[in-house]
Design a protein around this ligand. Structure first.
Ligand SMILES: [Zn+2]
Length: 275
């Protein structure tokens, strides 16, 4: 067999799952290679040198060798461990949601520089914010924009009238906001003025600036609803899985549900033969 040169890449560890007695499969997200599944050999043994460098939701520099079907991690060096993210359940929950979204929306071996920078920047922000859910909402809006599902906020998605500040609706299925006339004719859900303004602000502002905005609880809930509907549209369309919204709920506890453990085990059987 011809010898293939090992790959070196920076990556964020999106998640990992056990393989056999001592190994783990790490799902890495690389700016140049997209999603990469790679085996970390021996990491569940005590004294493993790799173990500290392949933690989910850390960023590192990795050496990867091509195995029979999966890559094998030859060496790893942590660049960002984001400890303040790992020490806080709320931050961790939002980080897992973002990682899950990236995991499900990117393909193997496809360069994903802009999405990588978005995830990295959002995890940096998440590690220092006191408003984790705001960071995740900002990330979600940017993610939709990047994936080609940018919600329209300037003109009505039905009649193309310019949108004023009051009385609009939000029609995720049509791709964004609708004018008062179309909304009164039954299109979309109510889009309150504060949430409309906030969406427009989020679009043009940094994540950090967005976390400074005071938002009432009912406005946050409304914004969450609109973003979730848009995400569902995107997931039903181009994205690879429609189960992300379930995953969002599942991500509330750090770790696997019984169902996903069973599914992992089944996959593991198949993968063990492949390394
Ligand atoms: Zn209209």
């Amino acid at each position: 067999m011809p010898r293939i040169r090992p790959i070196r890449t920076e990556a964020i560890v999106l998640r990992q799952r056990p393989l056999g007695d001592a190994d783990r499969i790490c799902v890495l997200f690389s700016p140049t290679r997209g999603r990469v599944e790679a085996v970390a050999k021996g990491v569940r043994r005590p004294l493993s040198k790799l173990a500290g460098h392949v933690e989910p939701l850390s960023r590192g520099q990795f050496g990867l060798a091509q195995g029979r079907s999966l890559h094998v991690i030859t060496d790893a060096q942590t660049l960002d461990a984001w400890p303040s993210l790992h020490d806080d359940v709320d931050r961790m929950t939002e980080a897992l949601s973002m990682a899950e979204l990236v995991d499900r929306s990117t393909d193997l071996d496809v360069a994903s520089g802009p999405l990588y920078m978005l995830l990295k920047g959002s995890l940096d922000e998440l590690a220092r914010t006191s408003s984790p859910s705001v960071v995740r909402r900002w990330f979600t809006l940017r993610f939709l924009d990047q994936q080609g599902y940018q919600p329209e906020l300037d003109e009505c998605v039905r009649c193309r009238a310019a949108l004023g500040p009051e009385g609009n609706g939000y029609a995720a299925a049509d791709g964004g906001a609708v004018c008062p006339n179309c909304h009164q004719a039954g299109v979309g859900q109510r889009l309150s003025s504060p949430v409309f303004r906030l969406l427009r602000y989020m679009r043009r502002s940094s994540c950090e600036a967005t976390t400074q905005v005071r938002v009432a609880a009912d406005e946050a809930a409304e914004l969450e609803r609109h973003l979730r509907l848009s995400l569902e549209q995107a997931l039903d369309g181009r994205l690879r899985s429609s189960s992300f919204t379930e995953a969002l709920e599942r991500a509330e506890s750090y770790g696997h549900s019984a169902a996903s453990v069973a599914a992992d085990r089944e996959r593991e059987e198949q993968e063990r033969a492949a390394v």
